[in-house]
Design a protein around this ligand. Structure first.
Ligand code: MG
Length: 382
């Protein structure tokens, strides 16, 4: 443990690998400044109109990418504090982790990936993690001296959660900091990045159940079929026998998050005691140290499977995501082939396919629907 109270394997801002373009600044503040830049950027504000599971027009109470990101950030900070990891870095990565999402959630992303690969088979397709990095590295245009947000290596590394081999190769050719090198070396990202990854799962498992229930697509009987939920529901009712409905579910989900986050902190603490990394780089060379117990990891996987079966593949969700896919395909075709529908970024030096993908990926759900209506004359929803 160093003087600042951080764990020895935590990311110390004074030892940051710095920004792609060096800036004069107090090193201790580098991750805090990253966080400020992320919150100020355009892509961050657009998250409020991007879908998590339900399309944005379906209701005002459901999670969006923005509220999801805020939930991940706050759970992440809480776990980071308990583990003595760097809270500012965890917050910066969490707030940025979904910046690259297309409109219409996973359906939109899959559709855009298909469009890009079909139009340019060697392009590496569209990956939202890579696109998040592209936004913070290049697409945001706020600062006088550089494109992008010029974030620290550690924040950029955390944003690039996955990357396909094709895209790793492309990124290594252009990135001065070698942020994709770990996929070649098969090493881990920082402990803070590892934490964000798991906290993301904990957050969406819980809030997607909440949204699914609120929407009426998930029923009490279905929830009771999941062992951990049935058990936590019994715990809730033992503590407060008259709880029911949404208040009961909120209590159950609060217990679920506490259980999973608490397990993550306890299991990770044990792993860190067994193999204490001397530095953040030593932690990168070890197997993943931020982890859940096998029991809770199985619970988490079971919840994910439950959500996939009963919510993400629910006929009503499938119907709207099918329409959303069509919107993405129609828009992509129009922008690529019809110059009258062209995006404002036309004329930039990037290839046309990537330019159209960037433009489409940046859209909010509602803007994409408006554009679709403008171009095709068809109204898809409502
Ligand atoms: Mg996420």
């Amino acid at each position: 443990m160093d003087g600042g109270g951080l764990l020895s394997g935590a990311s110390d801002p004074a030892r940051s690998r710095g920004r792609p373009i060096a800036e004069t600044e107090a090193p201790a503040l580098i991750y805090q400044r990253d966080r400020e830049r992320i919150v100020q950027c355009t892509a961050f504000r657009r998250l409020v109109y991007k879908t998590q599971v339900f399309l944005n027009h379906e209701g005002d109470l459901f999670r969006t990418r923005l509220t999801h990101s805020l939930e991940v950030a706050q759970l992440g900070r809480s776990a980071a504090r308990r583990l003595r990891l760097n809270e500012d870095l965890v917050e910066a990565i969490s707030l940025a982790h979904d910046l690259g999402h297309t409109p219409f959630g996973h359906a939109g992303q899959e559709a855009l990936n298909e469009c890009v690969l079909r139009a340019d088979p060697v392009s590496g397709g569209f990956e939202h993690n890579l696109h998040s990095l592209r936004i913070v590295d290049r697409l945001e245009q706020l600062f006088p001296g550089f494109d992008g947000l010029n974030l620290s290596f550690e924040t950029r590394e955390g944003i690039l959660k996955h990357c396909s081999p094709t895209n790793v190769a492309q990124l290594l050719r252009i990135d001065p900091q070698g942020v994709a090198q770990r996929f070649v070396d098969r090493t881990q990202p920082s402990l803070e990045a590892q934490l964000c990854n798991l906290v993301d799962q904990i957050a969406y498992n819980a809030h997607d159940i909440d949204d699914g229930y609120r929407s009426g697509l998930l029923t009490d009987e279905q929830l009771d079929g999941v062992q951990v939920l049935a058990q936590l529901r019994a715990d809730s009712l033992r503590a407060a026998p008259r709880l029911e409905g949404r208040r009961l579910l909120f209590d159950v989900l609060r217990r679920l998050v506490e259980r999973h986050l608490g397990d993550l902190v306890a299991t990770t603490s044990r792993a860190l005691l067994q193999r204490p990394p001397a530095t953040s780089d030593a932690a990168r060379r070890l197997p993943p140290l931020v982890q859940m117990s096998s029991e809770v990891a199985e619970e988490s996987a079971a919840l994910k499977e439950f959500l996939r079966t009963y919510l993400y593949r629910h006929p009503r969700v499938a119907e709207t995501t099918g329409l959303a896919r069509q919107v993405v395909h129609d828009l992509f075709r129009a922008y690529l082939h019809d110059s009258s529908a062209q995006s404002p970024e036309a004329g930039s030096p990037e290839g046309a396919v990537r330019r159209v993908a960037d433009y489409l990926a940046g859209m909010t759900d509602r803007f994409a629907l408006r554009e679709h209506e403008r171009i095709t004359g068809k109204r898809v929803f409502g």
